[in-house]
Write a protein that binds this ligand. Sequence first.
Ligand code: APR
Length: 245
Amino acid sequence: MDNLAAEKIAGIKQLAEFLLQSDYALVLTGAGMDTESNIPDFRGKDGLWQNIDARVVADINTIRQNYKVFHQFYKERLSAMTDVLPHAGHYALAELEKKGIIKGIATQNISGLHLKAGSKRVYELHGDLKKVFCDNCGAPATTQELYEMKPCSACSELALRPNVVFFGEALPADVWNKAVAEIKKSDLLLIIGTSLEVAPVNQLPYLTAGKTVFINAEDVGHKFDLTIIGKAKEILSETMRYINA
Ligand code: APR
């Protein structure tokens, strides 16, 4: 076995111990949690933002000034996310919640995969794809109307959008405050599949009074109590083997 594998196994054993010893463990996930469910991330090696400028397609001003550019990007994103399924890593986190070992997941992901895997306390910090509404008048609309670039049925504006937080917008205050309160209470915070490039979520790891564990395909230059470099699905599945041993 090469020493990377040995290091990863030692990290996984340590993670399982931290989880079993913890009283209030929380999880923070990013797009790297969903790549093994075939949803591309943003800044990883094949990330979306490698060849699309986020500030153009995912900025609130683009919806208001250049709806067609926003719609072109979001239509692809919506279709890429319709029939995606959770992977063993999502199910591992749901099982840890069922066992009372983790108390909630704050996620930057809009895919809904944590909920689909059975996790109950999920704080969707960057919104979700469940709700569609008119950015101009707030009237509700359907995903199908958004997909077909229909005008709003109430005000006829071309302004339908998903309930996702775009660059330049505030995060949902109730969800943010709940996630902050929970992380402040935690004695262990797992940070999984995120580059920690985007504020304010990248401040959350510094709010826990407890230990931090970083699980990611690559190092992102922050200091944690434990760092396990590798794929979320494998690391979380392996961790469950030690938890259930
Ligand atoms: N397992 C572990 N880590 C992975 C995996 C995997 N299978 N796949 C990718 N990663 C890592 C990448 O190496 C990268 O460091 O996950 C990280 C994903 O980082 P980003 O693509 O920046 O995603 P995220 O941190 O969630 O972005 C935050 O930016 O564009 C906005 O709103 C968008 O919510 C998103 C926010």
